[in-house]
Design a protein around this ligand. Structure first.
Ligand SMILES: Cc1ncc(COP(=O)(O)O)c(C=O)c1O
Length: 397
């Protein structure tokens, strides 16, 4: 038996990855994956953009690039982020290989084995696995419909052994679907000020809002730019262009940037030049704005179809929130219910979702489940939801 490191020996394949195999069975309606619908990708537009580039740019696309990212993309992306009010000039921008890499770089920069970090409960599985891979002790803080629970957060902040950072996904949370209120963000800022606990603000879904009136709520904490908190803002092209590009970014204070850039040098030297050239062209052509506006409408339509089906078929004892953007609806079943046999039952019937414990930092709590509407047509949603709700009724009455 090869003698693997302790860090690697404790890694487990996530339920979500295993489920991808199930979800790819052609007869299954999958509400499991958090990936955009293939038919929504701007294939022709990007083909056209590449064809229109001069030879030098096309050649650069095949070449290694600088570790922080191609200068042209750093410039165009800075412009895109400035439209959200982000303080690009007072911070440093680093292109990452997906925002998943950004989370890994930050984890490596901050965590020594066994050190505590604060995460929301439930929490994005990719963040949990990045922090676990760096041997963090995960401390989950529950969320309610307004954001992270302040009472529980204060308790954590008062503990003697100080956490290395707090990770949150305030805008169309994965998996809970929630959008932080402005008030909750203000309370969070207050609580963190002067604590020397950096905040990792993951904004993978903020562009996918369904209602104009929510835009003030989507103002990133990074854009509020509160004094006395090191805010590490991460974002991604995955949901607004395509995850296959494997491109994300982080906007962080200079000192944190320097460490992350060093770690990235050893991780992959640079993110893919090819897709950086494409993303740059996509932003500079202005198509990024029209494309996002289009997919926003489509995801709203899909979310609407799921809401309609849940209203019709879901028993009253299941708690859930109507999504205001993003990809997900989170269902909370009665206390003591177990989502795993419900999921197996649903798979038998032809539909799949992700059981809640996948997103629990302790991997235990399982009276919840995540439904994604992003990758299904309204017709598939109308067909699949009754299968899920029938399975819930079978086990929960
Ligand atoms: C909250 C959140 N953050 C980050 C990511 C990672 O995105 P990527 O690595 O594709 O940029 C995802 C992907 O699903 C996500 O849901």
């Amino acid at each position: 038996m090869p003698r693997f490191s302790k860090a690697v020996s404790s890694l487990r394949s996530s339920e979500i990855r295993d489920l991808m195999t199930l979800a790819s069975r052609p007869d299954i309606i999958s509400f499991a994956g958090g990936m955009p619908g293939n038919e929504l990708f701007p294939v022709e537009e990007v083909e056209e953009l590449f064809r229109g580039l001069d030879l030098k740019k096309k050649q650069a696309a095949f070449q290694y690039g600088p570790t922080p990212g191609l200068p042209s993309l750093l410039e165009s992306l800075a412009g895109f982020l400035e439209t959200k009010g982000l303080p690009v000039n007072e911070n440093r921008l680093l292109i990452t290989t997906g925002s998943q890499q950004g989370l890994n770089l930050l984890a490596k920069a901050f965590i020594d084995p066994g050190e505590p970090v604060l995460v929301e409960n439930p929490c994005f599985i990719g963040a949990l696995s990045a922090f676990r891979a760096n041997e963090a002790e995960l401390r989950g803080v529950p969320v309610d419909s307004d954001g992270i629970s302040m009472e529980a957060l204060h308790q954590e902040l008062d503990r003697k052994e100080k956490s290395k950072f707090l990770y949150i996904t305030p805008y169309f949370h994965n998996p809970a679907g929630l959008l932080y209120t402005t008030e909750r963000k203000a309370q969070l800022i207050n609580a963190l000020q002067g604590k020397n606990i950096p905040l990792i603000e993951d904004d993978a879904y903020g562009d996918l809002y369904f209602y104009e009136e929510d835009r003030p709520r989507l103002m990133p904490i990074k854009a509020i730019n509160p004094a006395g908190i090191n805010v590490c803002y991460t974002g991604s092209f995955s949901k607004i262009l395509g995850p296959g590009l494997r491109l994300g970014w982080m906007l962080v204070p200079e000192k944190i940037y320097q460490k992350c850039e060093l770690i990235k040098q050893s991780a992959d030297a640079c993110s893919p030049s090819f897709t950086q050239v494409l993303a740059d062209a996509f932003i500079r052509s202005g198509q990024i704005y029209t494309y996002i506006a289009g997919v926003r409408q489509e995801y709203k339509r899909r979310a609407g179809a799921m809401v309609d089906a849940l209203r019709e078929y879901l028993p009253d004892y299941v708690q859930w929130n109507e999504p205001r953007g993003g990809f997900y609806i989170w269902l909370t079943l009665p206390e003591g219910a177990d989502a795993t046999p419900i999921m197996m039952e649903a798979v038998e019937g032809g539909a799949v979702f992700v059981a809640g414990k996948t997103f629990d930092p302790e991997g235990k709590r399982n009276n919840s489940l995540r439904l994604s509407y992003c990758n299904n047509t309204p017709e598939q949603i109308a067909e699949g939801i009754p299968i899920v709700t029938a399975a819930i009724r079978k086990y929960c009455g």
